[in-house]
Write a protein that binds this ligand. Structure first.
Ligand SMILES: [Fe+2]
Ligand SMILES: [Fe+2]
Length: 282
């Protein structure tokens, strides 16, 4: 972390400006419907079809994209509103990309119904904190899939922009939460922190349920498949080693963005703690 960089006060005009600018300027252009999918050897195709999470992945992206797109209505700052709209578009594009992959390789996946968020802010916070967990582990899993050679490099490369977009989303989100809190009068901020804390606890509880099933063969919860996916993506590795890779990849993916923006801290801290306390053999 570049400690020497002066960070503008959260929620200040300068903070809002660099936050919107970082996001809007790092959008990449691709169309899932124009991708040329590599033809796969039968063994590769079989391995791809056997991955247990395609339907869950499409459902998660669908819920997130509808939640994020709706949350743009919360925003009065034009730049930030544009950034959230773009994020909603990107989540939608993730779902489209997965559906294209499924169509191309004949993986049975259903298009989920449109999701209607109940509370714009609560649902956005829930989705955002969830992404902070999922993305951190997805960074490591993706590196495993890439480095193991378990999947053809051409196929892995198609998903590279998706993973980098998730890095941008969580970087945007943690700064947005700070800005959102700064809009409140001082006496209302503790309640906002408590609400965020409660949402984070719900997300942790959900991941713990998944972690408990890691050793068994039961199907995992629909919304946090990344924790259990490592068994299907590469040769078996220890959880300890996976945490190490996640940390390296998180730092690498975050490094290129404006150093004046706050970095996600909670999930890296939890991962660091687990890394310290878990036996290296696990
Ligand atoms: Fe996504
Ligand atoms: Fe995302």
């Amino acid at each position: 972390m570049h400690a020497s960089v002066a960070r503008p006060e959260a929620g200040s005009a300068e903070h809002r400006r660099i936050l919107a600018k970082f996001f809007i300027n790092s959008v990449v252009d691709y169309r899932p419907e124009s991708i040329e999918w590599p033809s796969l050897a039968p063994a590769d195709l079989e391995r791809l079809r056997r991955l247990p999470f395609w339907q869950e992945a499409v459902s998660t992206e669908n819920v997130t994209s509808n939640t994020v797109a709706a949350a743009a209505r919360l925003e009065t700052d034009i730049g930030l509103r544009r950034a959230i709209e773009l994020q909603g578009f990107e989540e939608q594009r993730h779902a489209r990309l997965l559906l294209e992959l499924a169509r191309n390789y004949r993986i049975p996946v259903e298009t989920p119904p449109r999701f209607e968020p109940r509370s714009l802010e609560d649902d956005f916070l829930y989705a955002g904190f969830g992404e902070c967990f999922d993305s951190y582990f997805a960074f490591g899993l993706f590196a495993l899939a890439r480095e193991s050679g378990y999947f053809p490099a051409q196929l892995v490369a198609i998903f590279e922009p998706v993973i980098q977009e998730e890095a941008r989303h969580i970087l945007f989100f943690v700064n947005w939460v700070k800005y959102r809190r700064s809009l409140l009068p001082w006496w209302a901020r503790p309640a906002f922190r408590l609400r965020c804390g409660w949402i984070i606890l719900r997300q942790i509880a959900s991941r713990m349920r998944t972690a408990r099933t890691l050793g068994g063969d039961e199907p995992d919860g629909a919304e946090n498949f990344t924790l259990s996916a490592h068994r299907a993506l590469a040769e078996p590795i220890t959880l300890h080693r996976l945490l190490e890779i996640c940390r390296r990849e998180n730092d690498r993916r975050m490094a290129c963005y404006d150093q004046r923006l706050s970095r996600p801290r909670l999930v890296p801290a939890i991962a660091k703690f687990l890394y310290r306390v878990l036996p290296a053999s696990l």
